[in-house]
Design a protein around this ligand. Structure first.
Ligand SMILES: [Zn+2]
Length: 447
């Protein structure tokens, strides 16, 4: 199929905003980007009018938990958490334990629908369902990739918190998934070796995983120093800080993803700079859990690559981007603590580089030769919109759901058209989610 996206502004994320531009998609790639008046309109299978729209590369979410979808609105009144560990034990570790194949499946569909409707075309999921581990990543892939067309990197979070048998099942689930990914020519799927966090992983388990990671030549996807508990456990149990501990197992690889990185000493940041793993900043989750704020200026100063995730909270990455930018300002106590162009590298450079390395294709620019992962947003700019200020328009003009996403393409296929996800009955998915959420909540509350 060939598509012509005609009219509207194109931000190519490669140094230009084209006013009244046009994009030609052929197969799964972008083949031409030019001014609309330079292209004939007839020679394509379909022409899509993009007047009054802003065309941008599809967005990437570098860390999420699709399994948390059915927690929305769940309140555990008898157990209000007083700290991060109580949030884990009182809510998340009860929720993930009670997940079933059906709730995993519907969570993937709801999350996928909401990602696409927010222009998010690629996600890095971190999954946990200790009562239903085997095959859980395949279930997510069925919904997210096969049914909805979201480019997805998956992993299972191995943890010793549920005993040896479940540790082994988690390791097996990662190995099965990574073997599936490496035997597949499909650039829609990717994977890392998933681990929960240092404080729920024993020396034996980390040694075992280190050998798999080396054999498979793959990075890990792990929470790092999200709460103080991670550091306290590492210091009291192993006599070393958490970055040093993970480093001693060779897990801080350039293809590893370390999520949060809040409670870090300067010496640990220096180690990260040397090993060059990818750090994922999740500002809204960090605020909600009251765990602290990652030192982004300190990381940028050291040349550490930092990307942006949502940690399962909300699905709108532009709002996440706005929150992350503002949070750094208040944290540093200065409005100029981190410039917008520098902060923009999280979502609009580093996330794309992570995705390119993971999926083995060119992503993140509206440029010929790149995969046609594209979001077309409703946006009539009330002021000039140029390459110099496009990030300002995103931060100050889009957030708060006033930027409905009209159409989305992934790998050249339309997955959202006229504000609706293609090929899916959204009402039925939400109805099924409602029913399954009720019984899931009952199980969580009685566990
Ligand atoms: Zn997380």
């Amino acid at each position: 199929m060939t598509y012509l996206l005609y009219g509207g502004k194109i931000w190519d994320n490669d140094g230009s905003v084209i006013q009244n531009g046009a994009v030609v998609i052929k197969g799964d790639e972008i083949v031409t980007v030019d001014r609309a008046d330079k292209l004939e309109q007839e020679d394509y299978d379909r022409t899509i009018d993009c007047s009054d729209k802003l065309i941008i590369p599809g967005l990437v979410n570098a860390h999420t938990h699709i399994y948390s979808t059915l927690s929305r609105g769940l309140v555990l009144p008898d157990n209000p958490p007083e700290n991060f560990l109580e949030i884990l034990t009182g809510l998340w570790w009860k929720l993930d334990r009670n997940l079933t194949k059906e709730t995993i499946q519907v969570s993937a569909l709801v999350a996928g629908l909401e990602f696409l409707k927010n222009g998010v075309t690629t996600v890095f999921d971190h999954h946990s369902s200790p009562g239903a581990t085997p095959g859980s990543l395949e279930i997510i892939r069925d919904g997210l990739v096969d049914e909805l067309g979201v480019r997805s990197s998956l992993c299972y979070e191995v943890s010793d918190r549920n005993g040896k048998d479940e540790t082994d099942l988690g390791i097996r689930e990662n190995l099965d998934w990574l073997s599936h990914v490496s035997n597949s020519e499909n650039h829609m799927v990717g994977g890392q070796f998933g681990l929960h966090a240092s404080f729920t992983l024993s020396t034996n388990t980390l040694e075992e995983i280190a050998s798999y990671v080396e054999d498979l030549d793959t990075g890990v996807h792990i929470h790092l120093a999200e709460g103080l508990e991670d550091q306290q456990n590492s210091l009291s149990e192993y006599g070393t800080r958490v970055v040093n501990r993970l480093d001693s197992f060779g897990l801080l690889r350039p293809d590893s993803m370390l999520v949060h990185g809040i409670h870090l000493a300067e010496t640990e940041k220096n180690i990260l700079a040397k090993r060059a793993p990818f750090i994922v900043y999740n500002p809204r989750s960090n605020m909600n859990n009251a765990v602290g704020v990652a030192d982004l200026p300190g990381m940028f100063r050291r040349g550490i690559d930092v990307g942006l995730g949502n940690d399962g909270m909300g699905f709108d990455m532009i709002t996440e981007f706005q929150a992350g930018y503002f949070l750094q300002k208040i944290f540093q106590g200065r409005p100029d603590s981190i410039g917008l162009p520098l902060f923009g590298n999280t979502l609009f450079q580093n996330n794309y580089e992570l995705a390119e390395e993971t999926f083995g294709v060119k992503l993140g620019k509206i440029v010929p030769g790149y995969k046609a992962d594209i979001a077309i947003l409703d946006y009539q700019a009330p002021t000039p919109l140029t390459q110099d200020n496009v990030l300002g328009h995103l931060v100050y003009g889009f957030s708060g759901n006033n930027h409905p996403v009209a159409s989305v393409f992934v790998a050249g296929k339309p997955v959202v058209e006229d504000y609706e996800v293609v090929g899916v009955n959204e009402n039925e998915v939400y109805k099924r989610a409602q029913n399954l959420a009720r019984s899931l909540w009952e199980s969580v509350k009685s566990s």
